[in-house]
Write a protein that binds this ligand. Structure first.
Ligand code: CP3
Length: 344
């Protein structure tokens, strides 16, 4: 059967006249309808674990804008919670977790087989979505990449420089590697279930890859993503994978081959023309537009959107931001970006 969904065509390496489009964090606080559903759920985690409401917020940006892909509404920190970490969100500040820094704490984590007890509602959300999405819309599942998830599990919160994770890596390699291993195996199990439930693509978010220096970048960002990609493709032949090593900078070239991913998501720290020459040569690319344009809008948004489309026009490309849209974004600017991509 000929593949009709534009995102899947781009992921298979096809160059399209108009790039398909979706947006990181497209379901979120910049949308009034998201805020209303979140209030109905009570809090963020209750929303993540409520399949009907999580499906509803996933569908909201599809209804409003007609994006080519929907991303499952969940969070990268649900996996640590399923492995036994305590998780809560402090309003206005972000996530908090119980920390894991010793062999004893590592030993207390639940086995990988146990994660589904907690994560079953997420698979339920995927099932609902695979029935309710328009037939042309691709459903993207996701997880955090092991390094990024480990930085939160070790520090117990977001950190500007991922200092606690770097310290554990230097001071207690065995515990650090034990945590990385458990997350890697958990991620394979988690994403496999998302795929079985109906996810058509999966994305690995390595939001903090940029702080890994030298060999560490290969060892702790690239290799775990490669292991996960290979295991998923072995179990689910043909499943497309998007890798997002945010902040990789001059190390972006070669990431397709090193991870086995079908698409590499690029942040806004690199130039699109350079990325076309050095990254897109190896396969599909996604991203690059600064999220701040969704706040400021205007001619700059139009000019930058066109520049990125032009730079990537000779190869497979999925239009996206370089990082997630922020709560202060104006929903009208999202429409302007879409009109610019689709209308030229
Ligand atoms: O729309 C989507 O993209 C799908 C859902 C999604 C969320 N988080 C929902 C969310 C996805 C793909 C994520 C990924 C995620 N979560 C990452 C990787 C991508 C990135 O942005 O770097 C990370 C590091 C997290 C962890 C996390 N979750 C943090 C640090 C925070 C607090 C900061 C913030 O943006 O509020 C969250 C909360 C979160 N995850 C919200 C949403 C919609 C906001 C919660 C709310 O409603 O208040």
């Amino acid at each position: 059967m000929t593949q009709q969904k534009t995102i899947l065509r781009a992921l298979a390496g096809e160059t399209l006249d108009t790039p398909p489009i979706w947006m990181m964090r497209q379901a979120g606080r910049y949308l009034p309808e998201y805020k209303a559903t979140r209030a109905q759920a009570g809090d963020f985690l209750s929303l993540c674990y409520n399949p009907e409401l999580a499906a509803e917020v996933t569908l909201q940006p599809i209804r409003r804008y007609g994006f080519d892909a929907a991303i499952l509404f969940a969070d990268i920190l649900l996996l640590p919670q399923a492995l036994g970490a305590d998780l809560w969100f402090v309003t206005g500040e972000g996530p908090r977790l119980s920390t894991i820094t010793s062999a004893d704490e590592l030993a207390q984590l639940k086995p990988v087989e146990a994660i589904h007890d907690t994560l079953n509602p997420v698979y339920e959300t995927v099932k609902i979505l695979s029935q309710e999405l328009p037939k042309e819309t691709t459903l993207i599942g996701f997880a955090g990449a092991p390094w990024t998830v480990a930085t939160y599990m070790i520090a117990g919160q977001g950190t500007p420089d991922q200092g606690p994770a770097h310290a554990l890596k230097a001071e207690n390699r065995a515990v650090f590697q034990g945590i990385m291993h458990r997350i890697t195996e958990g991620t394979i199990a988690y994403l496999s279930k998302q795929i079985e439930a109906g996810a058509e693509v999966v994305k690995l978010f390595d939001s903090w890859a940029g702080s890994l220096q030298g060999e560490d970048f290969t060892e702790f960002s690239i290799k775990p993503m490669q292991r996960i990609t290979a295991a998923l493709k072995e179990k689910h032949p043909g499943i497309p994978v998007i890798a997002f090593p945010r902040g990789a900078g001059e190390r972006y070239p070669g990431v397709h081959a090193a991870t086995g991913a079908d698409c590499v998501a690029v942040d806004d720290g690199i130039d699109a023309a350079w990325a076309a020459e050095h990254v897109q040569v190896d396969g599909c690319v996604q991203g690059n537009l600064k999220s701040s344009h969704m706040v400021t809008g205007g001619q700059d948004l139009v000019t930058e959107t066109r520049r990125i489309c032009d730079a990537f026009s000779k190869g497979p490309h999925i239009f996206n931001l370089g990082h997630g849209i922020t709560p202060d974004a104006n929903p009208d600017n999202v429409q302007l970006m879409i009109d610019t991509v689709r209308g030229g």
